[in-house]
Design a protein around this ligand. Structure first.
Ligand SMILES: NC(=O)c1ccc[n+]([C@@H]2O[C@H](COP(=O)([O-])OP(=O)(O)OC[C@H]3O[C@@H](n4cnc5c(N)ncnc54)[C@H](O)[C@@H]3O)[C@@H](O)[C@H]2O)c1
Length: 264
C-alpha cells in the first residue's frame, strides 16, 4: 500500500541529491511532486523520467515570487499542497569569520535560511486553507553542533531549526506539522564537491564518506528520503517541532565516553 497515495508535494532542490531522492521516493509512494530547482537541465530530465506525477518548475528559492509560483503550480496541477519540503542548499561562503564578507554572508543566508522562511510562510498559507499539511525543513548535523560546517552554513542550519520549532507552535492548532531533517554526511554532489575531486566524482566521495560510518556504508539520498516519507505521511502524525538527526550517531554524539567504556 503506497504510503503517500494522493498526496502532493513541493520539493525544493528536488533536481539533485537528497531532494532528488525524496522526489523519487515520494512518487514511488504514490505522491505527485513539483520539482522546484534552479538546475533546469537536471530538473527537466528527472520530470521527463518520472512522468505525469511530477512537474519541474524553475525556482530560485531566494525569490518569494518563485516560491509562490512553485506552490501555486502544485495546487493547480495536483489539487493541493500536502507536503512542503524546503531542502535546497549550498555550502556557501567558507573561511575565517574575520574574512567573511557581508555580501557572501547575505547570499549564503538567503539560500539556506531565508528560503526556508519563504517556503514555510507560503506553505502555511495554503495548508491553513486546506485544514492541514506537513512541512519538512532540511537542516544538518551542522545545525545542532558547532564545527561540522562553515560558519555561515552552521548559522543558517541552526536558524532552520529555530524557525521550524517556533512555527510548529503556530502550526499545531491548524493541523499543520513542521519538522526538521538533519542529515549527516550523505552522498550527493554537494559532499562530492567537498570530499572528492568535484561534484560529479560520486564514487570517490562514497568511498571517502563510507569510511567514517559504522558498517562502512555512508547514507545515500534514498536513506534520507525514508525520513521524509515518515515525516510527510500519516506515520509521522504525532511528530511536530521535532529534529530528526540521521547520522548513525557519528557526528552529533560525542565519543568522549571512551574513557568510561570501550567504544570499538
Ligand atoms: N549531503 C549532505 O551530506 C548534507 C548533510 C546535511 C545537510 N544537507 C542539506 O541537504 C540539502 C540538500 O543537499 P544535497 O547534499 O542534496 O546537495 P546537492 O547539491 O546534491 O543538491 C542541492 C540542490 O539544491 C539546488 N539549489 C541550490 N541553490 C538553489 C536555489 N537558489 N534555488 C533552488 N534550488 C537550488 C541545486 O540545484 C541542487 O539540485 C541542503 O540543504 C544541504 O545543506 C546535506
Amino acid at each position: 500500500m503506497a504510503r503517500l497515495a494522493g498526496r502532493s508535494a513541493v520539493v525544493t532542490g528536488g533536481a539533485r541529491g537528497i531532494g532528488e531522492g525524496i522526489v523519487r521516493r515520494y512518487v514511488a509512494e504514490g505522491a505527485s511532486c513539483v520539482i522546484a530547482d534552479i538546475d533546469v537541465e537536471a530538473g527537466e530530465r528527472l520530470a521527463a523520467e518520472l512522468g505525469d506525477a511530477t512537474v519541474f518548475i524553475r525556482t530560485d528559492v531566494t525569490s518569494e515570487s518563485d516560491i509562490v509560483a512553485a506552490i501555486d503550480a502544485c495546487v493547480s496541477r495536483f489539487g493541493s499542497l500536502d507536503i512542503m519540503v524546503n531542502n535546497a542548499g549550498i555550502v556557501g561562503v567558507t573561511g575565517p569569520i574575520g574574512d567573511t564578507a557581508l555580501e557572501d554572508y547575505d547570499r549564503t543566508m538567503a539560500v539556506l535560511l531565508t528560503s526556508v522562511f519563504l517556503g514555510t510562510k507560503h506553505a502555511m498559507r495554503v495548508m491553513k486553507g486546506q485544514g492541514g499539511g506537513a512541512i519538512i525543513n532540511t537542516s544538518s548535523t551542522a545545525g545542532v553542533q558547532g564545527g561540522l560546517g562553515p560558519h555561515v552554513y552552521s548559522t543558517a542550519k541552526h536558524g532552520v531549526i529555530g524557525l521550524s520549532k517556533s512555527v510548529a507552535v503556530e502550526a499545531a492548532p491548524l493541523g499543520i506539522r513542521v519538522n526538521v531533517l538533519c542529515p549527516g554526511a550523505t552522498l550527493s554532489s554537494l559532499t562530492a564537491g567537498l570530499v572528492a575531486g568535484g561534484k560529479d566524482d560520486l564514487d570517490a566521495a562514497y568511498e571517502r564518506l563510507s569510511s567514517k560510518y559504522p558498517g562502512g556504508r555512508a547514507p545515500r539520498p534514498e536513506d534520507m528520503a525514508n525520513a521524509a516519507v515518515f515525516l510527510g505521511g500519516d506515520e509521522g502524525q504525532f511528530m511536530n517541532g521535532a529534529v530528526l538527526v540521521m547520522d548513525a550517531g557519528k557526528e552529533v554524539l560525542s565519543d568522549r565516553a571512551a574513557k568510561f567504556y570501550p567504544l570499538d
